[in-house]
Ligand binder design. Structure first.
Ligand code: NAD
Length: 260
């Protein structure tokens, strides 16, 4: 099991979902946390993390602006003396419906939060990261293949996947690793409307019908992958985007007759 005792981790998008699940997992494994989100729920996440016996602070701020990220990084540096783990996770869908008429401003806002945000976080945190530090960004299966998200969202997450690769290469010789996690369909506040509607209609099993594991995923399952990538256990894993999706992205849309 990965141990984060004495390490400091920044997590963006930590008010709920994958960010909160990761915060609580790293807290249980000893990490000191600086958590950030535009939503005040991040303060509750910090309180839950402190209840696990670690130090955790919360900042309610926009994680896709220079000023917001400078405040987060400044907090980690002044409070804990540096950064060991950066989990750039904040994101928005920009609307789940497929549209061919998305206005430019709406498209750019999704890119700003989902792609520029992680870049600002990496750029700002890097000078304060310890050798052996780890960066993890949240991509998505929607950024690996078509069919899992709307156009601006999918394009932004494809950008995140490349950001991980090119940044890992740019950091050659620094000892800092950069990886991404690409969740499949996960039950979080982002997808609550979908999961809640399916549950209300007694059709939750339909959510996983195209997935070899026949179910959606849980935030805690993504957190485990993030913790691995951020830990010493992944010391030779660099520049990779790990799909954690029950094999959703491994298959073509085809229903074989021999299917069980
Ligand atoms: N839930 C899924 O099925 C799924 C699948 C693939 C990828 N993801 C990605 O996982 C990440 C976490 O999403 P989640 O599923 O936990 O949903 P979520 O909505 O609970 O988490 C996203 C968080 O990001 C925050 N956020 C949005 N814009 C922000 C900004 N500008 N500054 C700071 N915080 C901001 C939100 O307030 C929210 O708390 C996102 O990047 C999302 O795109 C989710």
């Amino acid at each position: 099991m990965s141990d984060f005792t004495g390490k400091t981790a920044i997590i963006t998008g930590a008010a709920g979902g994958i960010g909160r699940a990761t915060a609580l997992l790293l807290a249980r494994r000893g990490a000191r946390l600086v958590l950030a989100d535009v939503q005040e729920g991040v303060e509750e996440t910090a309180a839950l993390a402190r209840a696990e016996g670690t130090e955790a602070s919360a900042l309610v701020t926009d994680c896709a602006t220079d000023a917001g990220v400078e405040a987060i990084v400044g907090h980690a540096v002044s409070g804990f003396g540096g950064i060991d783990v950066l989990f750039a996770n904040a994101g928005v869908t920009g609307g789940l419906l497929p549209r061919l008429d998305t206005p430019s401003a709406d498209f750019m806002e999704v890119l700003r939060i989902n792609l520029l945000g992680p870049w600002i976080a990496i750029r700002t945190a890097l000078p304060h990261m310890q050798r052996g530090g780890a960066i993890v960004c949240t991509a998505s299966v929607a950024g690996l293949r078509a069919g899992a998200g709307p156009i601006p969202y999918s394009a932004s997450k494809a950008g995140v996947a490349n950001l991980v690769q090119t940044t890992a290469m740019a950091l050659s010789g620094t000892g800092i690793r950069v990886n991404g996690v690409a969740p499949g369909l996960i039950d979080t506040p982002m997808t609550a409307a979908l999961f809640d509607d399916a549950r209300a209609r007694g059709k939750e099993d339909r959510i996983g019908q195209l997935n070899p594991l026949r179910r959606g995923g849980r935030a805690e399952e993504i957190a485990e992958a993030v913790a691995f990538l951020a830990s010493e256990a992944a010391s030779y894993v660099n520049g990779q985007v790990l799909a954690v999706d029950g094999a959703l992205s491994a298959q073509l849309p085809f229903t074989p007759k021999w299917s069980l």
